[in-house]
Design a protein. Structure first.
Length: 590
């Protein structure tokens, strides 16, 4: 590695000089030059396009159809605004952000950012292990590692979690060595991720040229932000809801809206996670980037991160919506119902796995309890299961379809979204291998982030054994398959809801940094640039804070609001203490 250092420094020096030359050129020439240098943004794209993005996008299509296509691009734009802000501050000052926040802004915000990033990495690792377990047990090796395999469900999960943990630890600990195996691993993962995205794009193309076609008017309408989905069911449910007895319609509306809300927050959270905001500035410093890279870094995020992410997730949503959402649309986009209502969904949706059918029956049992009493359903389940089965089978086709629509599907069901393009066998293989690759990549990155955060919190060098042991904090993810009894893919949703509640901590902190003269000095934006920066950041902070408060309220009620209030009180106290100390220091110096 030592022999490569001069060459690396020389290349970096040439790049800085080239960027300084570009700054003096008009925008068309500058953009052409930036395009030739793009690269790091693609790394951020690879981080974002993980198992969480896949699962959230699939569920967006299932629960909202085309109507929620706008959500992830909007969340990504807001995230890029704030990533650009922390990138600007870091590249302008060359300081490590955690230290800069504690010294110039507020130590509670600095520690809150670091702790939130660490906790998010620990929690986010859990659904990755669950995703890996799900595809191995249901798509790739169901006979060997499935519940009915020789090891049984528990020991199969234990074996999978153990192997994934060992492999991820080996890769994470080998990153600083430059070993050829790591490079092969990274390239293999890129091919796998690219393969599954290409397959979803192929599904969209296949459907577009089929007799079924795609309702392009509905698709384009889905790109327009519509926040009503937070409070009311997506439009695709309306024909079904109209067929339900009015006294039970509220049950289904509440169930749909609750699922929509959770999935929307999950999808927004995986677009730009709080731990990702920690990784970006430190990776910039590690690459040797400085103030010459400021304009390029913003461009690189949009080209290398925004465009691939939006294209990939949109294809996944479209494929999932066409396959699972409870409405059939003709080429003109109008809704159609069959005579008996049972053809609302494609046949593959009705052919749910046994696990998913049990979940559908459980939803119908909740609905039945409104009709015959809360205590009656458990009693029937215990004393007369045949009568309970008869009552559940007597529901109208519309309510059957509504139950299927809000069922939390697992890997064996979601792989069907690739069947129009690849067929059943290939769909399971491609889906399984692609998801497994995504999860391994994400686990490795979460462990890397954990190592960086631990080293920064204890002011240790971000390499060597300190970073290696710090990375093991994210080994908590191995508990994922054992602490979650629902659909393994659905674990992404509650963990994302938790992670999204932490995002405003980072966004508010970055906005304060962009307006701190003691930190930025002459690099503090002025005039119209400052107005533009603050307008964009205020939009990002306002939207994410509102969504975060909604998430806290719907998840934890007044207890969650009290926790937020306690954190804000600590921030205020720290601000007053810091201001008084600075005032005392100024008095002493004068």
């Amino acid at each position: 590695m030592a022999a490569e250092q001069p060459t690396t420094q020389s290349a970096l020096k040439q790049e800085r000089e080239y960027l300084r030359e570009l700054e003096a050129k008009p925008w068309p020439a500058r953009i052409r030059g930036y395009v030739a240098l793009t690269g790091p943004g693609w790394l951020q794209s690879a981080i974002t396009l993980g198992g969480g993005s896949l699962a959230s996008s699939l569920y967006l299509g299932v629960i909202g159809g085309f109507s929620l296509l706008w959500l992830q691009p909007l969340a990504m734009v807001l995230g890029i605004i704030m990533l650009s802000a922390i990138g600007y501050v870091t590249l302008s000052t060359g300081e490590r952000p955690f230290r800069a926040i504690n010294e110039h802004i507020n130590p509670v915000l600095g520690w809150g950012w670091a702790i939130a990033s660490l906790v998010a990495s620990m929690v986010w690792a859990m659904p990755q292990y669950s995703l890996a377990t799900g595809v191995l047990q249901q798509n790739l090796l169901p006979g060997t590692l499935g519940p009915d395999g020789p090891l049984g469900s528990f020991y199969s999960k234990l074996l999978i979690a153990g192997v994934v943990l060992v492999l991820s630890t080996m890769v994470t600990w080998s990153y600083s060595s430059g070993h050829w195996g790591v490079r092969v691993y990274e390239r293999t993962l890129k091919v796998l991720v690219a393969g599954i995205i290409i397959c979803f794009a192929g599904v969209v193309v296949t459907i577009a040229f089929s007799e079924q076609g795609i309702a392009w008017r509905s698709l384009l309408a889905g790109l327009v932000p519509d926040f009503r989905a937070i409070f009311k069911p997506a439009s695709g449910y309306e024909p079904l809801l109209q067929q339900v007895d009015e006294q039970y319609r509220h049950f289904w509306e509440a169930r749909i809206v609750d699922e929509q809300r959770k999935v929307m927050i999950s999808a927004a959270a995986v677009s730009v996670g709080i731990n990702m905001t920690f990784l970006l500035p430190y990776s910039m410093l590690a690459r040797g980037w400085r103030r010459e890279h400021r304009g390029f870094s913003i461009f690189d995020l949009f080209v290398g991160m925004f465009i691939p992410f939006v294209l990939a997730t949109s294809c996944i949503i479209i494929a999932s919506a066409q396959q699972f959402h409870p409405a059939i649309r003709d080429a003109e986009g109008s809704l159609e119902l069959s005579a008996d209502g049972r053809e609302l969904l494609p046949a593959t949706v009705r052919e749910l796995s046994e696990v998913s059918r049990q979940k559908t029956r459980a939803i119908l049992a909740d609905r039945l309890a409104l009709e015959i009493g809360q205590d009656a359903v458990p009693r029937l389940r215990e004393e007369d299961p045949e009568q309970l089965a008869t009552l559940l089978a007597a529901f109208s086709p519309a309510e059957d379809q509504l139950a299927a629509a809000v069922t939390r599907r697992d890997a064996s069901d979601l792989a069907q979204s690739l069947e129009p393009f690849a067929g059943s066998v290939v769909a399971n293989a491609v889906f399984g291998i692609g998801v497994l690759g995504m999860t391994l990549s994400t686990i490795t990155i979460l462990m890397l982030i954990s190592g960086f955060v631990v080293c920064e919190m204890f002011n240790l060098p971000s390499n060597g054994w300190a970073h290696r042991f710090g990375s093991l904090v994210a080994a908590t993810g191995a508990l994922g398959p054992f602490v979650w009894s629902g659909a393994s893919f659905y674990l992404v949703v509650p963990t994302s809801v938790f992670g999204y509640t932490l995002i405003p901590i980072a966004y508010l902190t970055f906005m304060m940094m962009m307006n701190q003269r003691s930190l930025l000095g002459d690099d503090l934006p002025r005039g119209r640039r400052r107005l533009l920066w603050n307008s964009l950041m205020a939009l990002a902070v306002t939207v994410t804070t509102a969504a975060s408060f909604a998430s806290v309220w719907f998840s934890a009620g007044w207890y969650g609001i009290a926790a937020v209030a306690a954190f804000l009180a600590a921030v205020l106290i720290a601000h007053v203490v810091r201001r008084n100390r600075l005032a005392a220091g100024d008095s002493a110096s004068s």
